[in-house]
Design a protein around this ligand. Sequence first.
Ligand code: AMP
Ligand code: MN
Ligand code: MN
Ligand code: MN
Length: 284
Amino acid sequence: MTHLLNADLHCHSVVSDGTLTPEELAARASANGVELWALTDHDEVAGQHRALDAARAQGMRYLTGTEISVTFIGQTVHIVGLGFDPLNEELVRGLHRTRGGRELRAREMAEGLAKVGIKHAYEGALKFVGNPELISRTHFARFLVESGVCKETNEVFRKYLTEGKPGYVPHRWASLKDAVGWITGAGGMAVIAHPARYKFTPTEEFALFTEFKNHGGQGVEVVTGSHSAAEYVTYAETAREFGLAASRGSDFHSPDESHTELGTLPLLPGNLTPVWESLAARIQ
Ligand code: AMP
Ligand code: MN
Ligand code: MN
Ligand code: MN
């Protein structure tokens, strides 16, 4: 299949921290000309069946998806899985374990926020949650915007929810080895999400890519809503250097928040191997 495909292989629904249902996302993607779509909710595959049905109803091809939270040398890294069997038991168990601990973390985040005068943030965040197991910083951000503490979610993250700030609680997610293993063990492809977002030194980033490959990882996001045009070039080069397939995805969360709309990013550069090439047999 050609690299000239409007594929959007990264977005979130109400099943994790997006604000649209899988059906609403499918309609929006289709209206924007998406030909191949994947819903990649954080640490969860519960929306996959609905997403596949909705994609079919819109005449779009579909790859199963998820985005797994991983802790790698002290930082959170996201690994996207594509084209796996969503009923695979080890994957489902692994994701369940990864979600565990979010509630306790959320309560600790609320305690931190209470210390700086922001009361009842746990209950406030819960109002925005579609799936209680997936309570995330995004839901706290929406509450702090709603209650007028900040103007927009970006500001909430900067002032309250990132390292060193009152609502930040360090958390230990899945290991890189496990996340890649769950995805590939279920017949899918593991992809490093938005690599430019991490604050790694060049040596640490090299270690991430090297270990990811050693565990069986095969892809990296090059064209994503989290990258600048210059970063497309940087990570296209990294993809070639490490012999990784390249992915494209908006990381769309909400019409009110996301700066990148579904299906509207530049197409993948022609000198890369798209992830959908070796996943052709997994496309539904
Ligand atoms: P969590 O998994 O609970 O740590 O939440 C991570 C989520 O927060 C990501 O998936 C993004 O959707 C969102 N996020 C992270 N940083 C920012 C930011 N600077 N502005 C807006 N949303 C962010
Ligand atoms: Mn998110
Ligand atoms: Mn992510
Ligand atoms: Mn994402």
